[in-house]
Design a protein around this ligand. Structure first.
Ligand SMILES: Cc1ncc(COP(=O)(O)O)c(C=O)c1O
Length: 387
């Protein structure tokens, strides 16, 4: 049977307790969600500003669909680039401060468009070991193109500098998450930028978890560190997390973005997002820009969680972001804790290998501006009782 090998592998995954299962939501993404008729407090989404269920954004999407139709009809370079896409690009450009931006259907596709397009035969890619899977896949594509790829220990600038100094590649590309998705910590962007300048390298930054959350007006991690919109930086931001909708952008210099438009395969060979999504994102961008009150609540809730657990045996990883991981270690213990929280109507996902390194299984607590002080208190109380 052609499926035999697959069945054997699936059975092996099951015996290690690593089978992944989906929960089906019977309500929209929000502060609370319904699963199997159970009302849960949601600490499992990336909806950091609580915009996924925002009525103004949904209305903009509905209006956009009525005006522009359901689909774009083609890829951007054929006939699928509609006025709402163009307007969104201009708004992202103004917001990020880079000269130009391109939008993509997903962050995964945006990442696939950048590194493998910049890196050819004989070039070199230097990537943080904890980078997101989409950046790893982009790196592997660059490798398939003939680039030399090297991974440095997490946030280890000395290790990165050694690699850069030893490389004679004509094009060097440093690639890093800005906020690490399973750890919540920040990449040291100022030293990364300094190394990029020193060794004449591109700096590709994935700000999936910083965009909308960090920096003035939620402009993201570069703005948080007051870094310039340098022509050597390519900034990727996703629009399905804090922005609450879906899609992504890459912002950079006029030339770099034109190059991606001409050569980025995951930009060229795919249907453009429905224009109504761009309409929704224009509204979302406005709410992000004007969202200081949302960010203030998010920061307050993060502080409350960290203060509340500080005196317990439960240790959160150091993180100023909405991602607050609680390392448990063993897979089974992590799943058991997540299940016990679920029984108390608190949804906090267990993250296990291979998503995170072996023996570092964790609860990934995701805080949102939609949470109230009493929501966070409930979580603190439950964690302390279950620990
Ligand atoms: C750091 C990071 N980069 C990229 C992505 C991919 O973005 P998207 O979900 O829009 O494909 C994600 C998460 O999904 C992420 O956490």
């Amino acid at each position: 049977m052609i499926e035999n090998r697959l069945s054997t592998e699936l059975a092996a995954i099951e015996t290690t307790g690593l089978t992944r299962r989906r929960h089906m939501l019977e309500s929209p993404c929000g502060r609370t969600v319904t699963v199997d008729g159970k009302n849960l407090l949601n600490f499992a989404s990336n909806d950091y500003l609580g915009l996924a269920g925002n009525a103004e954004i949904a209305q903009a999407m509905a209006n956009g669909a009525l005006q522009w139709g359901a689909g774009s009809g083609a890829s951007h370079l054929v006939s699928g680039h509609l006025a709402p896409h163009e307007a969104l690009e201009k708004e992202i450009t103004a917001f990020t401060g880079f000269p130009r931006a391109l939008t993509f259907s997903t962050g995964y596709m945006a990442n696939l468009a950048v590194t493998p397009t910049l890196a050819g035969r004989g070039d070199a890619v230097f990537a943080d070991k904890l980078n997101h899977a989409s950046l790893i896949d982009a790196m592997l594509l660059a490798k398939a193109n003939g680039a030399d790829v090297q991974r440095y220990a997490h946030n280890d600038m000395a290790a990165l500098e050694k690699m850069l100094a030893a490389s004679s590649a004509p094009t060097k590309i440093i690639v890093s998450d800005a906020v690490f998705s399973m750890d919540g910590d920040l990449a040291p962007l100022p030293p990364l930028f300094a190394l990029a300048e020193q060794y004449d390298a591109w700096l590709v930054i994935d700000d999936a978890h910083g965009f909308g959350v960090l920096g003035p007006h939620g402009k993201g991690s570069l703005a948080h560190f007051n870094l310039p919109a340098s022509p050597r930086i390519l900034l990727m931001g996703t629009l399905g997390k804090a922005a609450g909708v879906g899609g992504a952008f890459v912002a950079g210099s006029e030339t770099a973005i034109e190059y991606l438009l001409q050569k980025g395969r995951s930009y060229i060979f795919t249907t453009a997002q429905p224009p109504a999504i761009a309409c929704a994102l224009s509204k979302s961008l406005q709410l992000i820009r004007d969202g200081d009150a949302l960010r203030a609540n998010l920061i307050a809730r993060i502080g409350q969680l960290r203060d509340g657990l500080a005196v317990s045996s439960l240790k959160l990883l150091p993180s100023i972001t909405a991602i607050q991981p609680l390392i448990v270690g063993e897979n089974e213990a992590t799943v058991a804790l997540s299940k016990a929280l679920w029984e108390r109507c608190l949804w906090v996902p267990a993250i296990r290998p291979p998503t995170v390194p072996k023996d570092t299984a964790r609860l990934r607590i995701s805080v949102s501006a939609a949470h109230t002080a009493s929501d966070i208190d409930q979580l603190i109380t439950a964690l302390k009782e279950l620990a």
